[in-house]
Design a protein around this ligand. Structure first.
Ligand SMILES: [Zn+2]
Length: 342
């Protein structure tokens, strides 16, 4: 995230966009979850964020952004419609939309808002933004690129074809993105720079193939887990489903977390692992991405369940408890052990 700071400081336009985004986001957080049905953005916000868009395109975008059931997805039909109206290629649209993605940033430590827009194989776009956990190690932070990938993954996308970001992705994110099935060909669109491929950004990469792994993120594989006795409660069932869908080919320690919010909604997150281990995205962080994309805040969490395999080589429980304790101190994480289906 540091390089974003420098890029933004040295780019006047970038600095202005960031400042406007920060002011707007601060205001939006104020009006957030008083009513989930209430619009969280209005036409004026959109005029500021995407000034080059026509009024009909802004209205179209506004409808999707205010539809919280979409949870951070801009459906393919909307992307196509806006692209046609604006006479722009989708890659250019993605870069134009970065100030919108920045609204989802929650950076209480750095105050730097990073936005990312991922394009799924279906043609839909997914917002991503940085998320920081106060009073906890920096390793608990989620980078915007990771959030966009997790967002697309949680929407059952088949893969990603492009990713737009404010500034060049950091080494951590390049490593995280290297888990994608088409990693070398992924188009990386950096604002005010020519497009690059991951092959150019991460030469001599270390990835799944170095470990003899054929599986890749978005591969559609799932783990066969069950709970004993079988779960009755919705939240536990959602955490189990997220655990089954997690990507953990290296540790074989699938896990999932489901959060319940004040509004009574459920947000589930699956663990996303990496060949180099450290840029792995824990299930709590993935669930938090979904929660923020759904227009709610970590302080709105009322219950949390972690499902992970009993006696697996790794556990998410203690880190998830620490992070949750910093974000929603009144909530106790319930850990429900799962077993492999026989
Ligand atoms: Zn990064």
């Amino acid at each position: 995230m540091r390089e974003v700071k420098f890029d933004m400081l040295f780019s006047r336009r970038g600095a202005l966009v960031m400042l406007a985004g920060a002011c707007l986001a601060g205001r939006l957080m104020g009006k957030r979850s008083d009513s989930a049905a209430k619009a969280w953005l209005d036409a004026q916000d959109l005029r500021r964020l995407v000034p080059s868009f026509s009024v009909p395109s802004r209205e179209r975008l506004l409808r999707s952004l205010n539809n919280r059931a979409l949870r951070g997805q801009l459906p393919a039909a909307e992307v196509e419609g806006i692209g046609r109206a604006e006479r722009k290629q989708v890659e250019a649209l993605m870069v134009d939309l970065l100030p919108v993605a920045q609204l989802y940033a929650r950076p209480p430590i750095s105050s730097y808002r990073v936005g990312a827009v991922a394009r799924g194989a279906s043609g839909s776009l997914y917002w991503g933004a940085n998320l920081e956990v106060p009073r906890q190690p920096l390793g608990y932070c989620v980078h915007a690129e990771q959030a966009a990938v997790a967002n697309a993954f949680l929407h059952d996308e088949a893969g990603l074809v492009a990713l737009a970001i404010n500034a060049a992705p950091c080494g951590h994110c390049r490593q995280f993105l290297n888990e994608l099935p088409n990693a070398p060909d992924l188009a990386v669109l950096i604002a005010n720079h020519p497009p690059a491929t991951m092959a150019a950004l991460l030469p001599a990469a270390f990835g799944p193939s170095n470990l003899g792994m054929r599986e890749r993120l978005f591969g559609g594989k799932s783990f066969d887990l069950e709970l004993a006795p079988s779960p009755e409660e919705d939240l536990t069932r959602a955490a189990l489903k997220a655990a089954c869908q997690s990507y953990a080919p290296y540790s074989r320690s699938p896990s999932g977390i489901a959060l319940r919010s004040l509004a009574g909604r459920t947000y589930a997150g699956s663990y996303i692992e990496n060949a180099a281990f450290n840029p792995s995205l824990p299930p709590l962080q993935a669930a938090l991405v979904s929660l923020i994309m759904g227009g709610e805040e970590p302080g709105d969490i009322t219950a949390a369940v972690l499902v992970e395999v009993e006696d697996a080589p790794i556990s998410q429980a203690s880190a998830a408890r620490d992070a949750l304790g910093a974000l929603a101190p009144a909530v106790t994480l319930r850990r429900v052990p799962a077993r492999w289906k026989r």
